[in-house]
Every structure is written in structure tokens, then in C-alpha cells.
Write a protein that binds this ligand. Sequence first.
Ligand code: SAM
Length: 253
Amino acid sequence: MRIEVVTLFPEFITEAVRVGVLGRAIERGRVSVAASTPRAFAEDAHKTVDDRPYGGGPGMVLKVEPTRTALRAARARLPEGSRRIYLAADGETLTQARARELSQLPGLLLLAGRYEGVDERLLATEIDECVSIGDYVVSGGELPALVLIDAIVRLLPGVLGDEESAQQDSYVAGMLDWPHYTRPEVFEGRAVPQVLLSGNHAAIQRWRTKQALGRTWQRRPDLLAKLQMTKEQRKLLDEFVAEVEAERAGREP
Ligand code: SAM
């Protein structure tokens, strides 16, 4: 996969993608990430890339011409079938399912906004879709672009090793992940659940599924409502709920 980011701060992107899973994916040639700036295409002596909003009010807006030229130059470096995305607080919220769909594409062109955002006409002519990373506002599209890149790249074949497999991650199967533990066996008086030390793989898997369902019930009932549970999963969740309620009753005076 090839990714091009158009941003006023290219080094924000190119530095961040050098570490961890992303850095390794780039080294192994699974993905390439490049960044370019509209400033390089600004035609005046001051290299102006922003302007005041029509209608007045606070803030500035990314200028159409240099941004469009930068987008088109970046697009020309991408393979056919690439998607053009503007990172926007008012875009469609990113989900694991959308990240998976986007990971099937040969390339992505990402536009990171700054100030109040970009001129609306640029979105109409140069962008296929707007993606938000959540219902809050950050100062620029660079962090959202990096979030999107990371969520996608870790799904590309051969990027994660077995040890880091994304199969059991939260949201992959419509529920949250189960709790994880490592050594020591007892930490500040809290012991690792006994079943995890048993070596009984079936019992461990049963416990993990129960915890994943229970956590989803406790923290994300909206996800649970959409989950088509098997009979076994329903039974595990009922057990979890009964245990929580028994514990609660035991604590009450
Ligand atoms: N005026 C915009 C609004 O209220 O929707 C916010 C502009 S924000 C300060 C500057 C840039 O950060 C945006 O153009 C967008 O690229 C990016 N941005 C901010 N929050 C975002 C979010 N939740 N998801 C994706 N991009 C975001």
C-alpha cells in the first residue's frame, strides 16, 4: 500500500511513522508513507497557504490553489483505485470495520487540515470522503491521519507477527478484548486469575470469551446490542452477569 499525506507539517508524519509497528511495516516494504506540503506550491513571496474566511469571524482557512496543486501532485504518485480522504472532525467516525475496508485499497491520499479547516470547494472536487477519529476537536489533521494510518497498516498482511496478532483485538469480532496479565503472579496483593495458570487451554479460552463478553456488557452495551451471540456466548455472558450481581449483593450491607 502507498500512502500520501498532504499537510502543512510533513515532518509530523514522516517522523512519527518511523517507530514501532509502522516503522517496521515501512522497512519491510508493506507500506510507503510520504508527506508533502501545500506551501511548496504557494505562488506568492510569503508562501501563503491560508486566508481569512468569507463572512468574517475568527480563524483562517487553508487556501484552495496551493492545497489543490499539492493534492493533485500527491495523487499522481498513487496507484489507480486509491481513495482521497480528508481528516475532519465532522466526518464519518472511524471504526475497525472501516479501517479493514480501507486496508484493502492500493493507496490512500490523506489531507490534514489546520486552522478552521479547508475551503469547502476543495472537498467537493478533490476528496472522496471525510473521516473523523472521534467526537472531539484536535488542532490539526496530522494526528488523525496518523491514527488512521496506524489502524490500517496493522491490518496489512505480514505487518503484525503472531505475538501481536490483531485477531483478538477489541472491535474485531464486535466485542471488547479480554483482560491480560503477565508476571508476577501476585502484585500488590492481587493474584492473576487461577484459570490462566492452569494450562487448560479450553478453560482459558472459555474464561477469556466470558471476560470479553462481560466487559462489552459493562462498558459498551451498544456493541453488545449489535452482537449476534451464539448459545454458548449467551451462556457465558449470563454466568458473568450472575457473578457480578452475586458479588454486588455480597458487598451490600
Ligand atoms: N472548525 C473545525 C470543526 O469545528 O469541525 C475544526 C478545525 S480543527 C481545529 C483543524 C483540523 O484538524 C481540521 O481541519 C481537521 O483536519 C483536523 N481535525 C480536528 N479534529 C478532528 C477529528 N476529530 N477527526 C479528524 N480530523 C480532525
